[in-house]
Ligand binder design. Sequence first.
Ligand SMILES: NC(=O)c1ccc[n+]([C@@H]2O[C@H](COP(=O)([O-])OP(=O)(O)OC[C@H]3O[C@@H](n4cnc5c(N)ncnc54)[C@H](O)[C@@H]3O)[C@@H](O)[C@H]2O)c1
Ligand SMILES: [Zn+2]
Length: 371
Amino acid sequence: MPEVLEATGARLSGLKPIEHLKYPIIIDPSSLLEFHEFLRNKNYSNCVLFVDRKLKTHKARVQKLIQHVYPKSMTIDLIGNESLKSFKALYPLYSKLLKKKIDRKSVFVSLGGGTIGDAIGFLASTYLRGVDWINIPTTLLAQVDSSVGGKTGINHEQGKNLIGTFYQPKAVFIDPQFLKTLPRRQMMSGLAETLKYGLILDKYFFYEFYNSMEMAMGGQASVLCDYILRSVRWKSQVVAQDERDTSGSRQILNFGHTFGHALEKIFYGKIYHGEAVVYGMKFAILMSHFKGLLNAKELAESFEVLGRFEVPKLPTLNEGRLWKLILSDKKNERGAVRMVLLKGIGCAAPNQEISRPEFSEVFKIFRKLEV
Ligand SMILES: NC(=O)c1ccc[n+]([C@@H]2O[C@H](COP(=O)([O-])OP(=O)(O)OC[C@H]3O[C@@H](n4cnc5c(N)ncnc54)[C@H](O)[C@@H]3O)[C@@H](O)[C@H]2O)c1
Ligand SMILES: [Zn+2]
């Protein structure tokens, strides 16, 4: 039986359900059959499939299921990368949909990685003031992270994801088989986000990950399903407490991201998000130890696992530039640098203030180890 989750995590954690946030997330190698069933049970006027043009085989599978229910459905091939997350790339899509008279009772289906999901979610939330949207994520990063939480968005020249909406899909269908075609480097990048949940929320998962990471890398479906299921559950639980990212409780998901985002900016296009997060988590862990929050044993254990990630070697880094970038990170208020640290493996310590001298000291250690 496929696992059916409510994206609020309410049923799982005992939190109060938030009705308008509920939608099913199906995680199973047979989830596309559920997708087909879902479409059959709805009465949409038409269906538009937006697909990453690289995914020819996956597209054929999904298209066939859609056409069975909606013979007049439309397919739009897209280039799944950051350039799609722009007004320039989306504007012609609005025109195309209007020309084809796609109405408000239609449903959009997105098939692809996080860029396709973010962009098409945004399109769905704004086209004719909102049409239903189903998300089928195909990268590990999209399956464990970006497909949960309702954030859609596009980029601005001043930064990533600065324009967007909170818009929940009607359902998310996750099939780990899509990952068979995903390059190893992309898999690694997605796994970093999975490990992040273990480090901030679940010590036992961290130790399991230690033993099963290789099986996941080898594409073992049962291990991947387990990782995805747990990640989706954790993210849902955190998101349910802070739907619009205002109270700060989502902040723990930012573990490894403050330093990581700065690296991503410096090495734009050269380093993947998850790879930058691996370095960011290492920095945050060193800082946690430096500030006396994390003991030496847990520091060594977490470094051992993070050391297994194949990440590109960093060239020389300029400390002053990194500090400036971190200061300008949108999550930092009133000039102070705040980071999510660890009090232990599986236990996040959000909102920790970091002074410039502390940053310098830890950066020296980081540089010795990593650069
Ligand atoms: N909305 C959120 O909450 C949230 C959270 C995290 C990240 N994001 C966003 O997600 C995006 C990154 O997502 P991503 O890493 O999935 O990027 P992506 O969509 O660019 O996909 C990465 C690459 O993998 C390819 N690909 C996709 N599925 C494949 C498959 N099954 N087999 C082979 N190749 C495949 C794509 O063509 C692309 O080249 C960023 O824009 C980021 O801002 C959003
Ligand atoms: Zn991330």
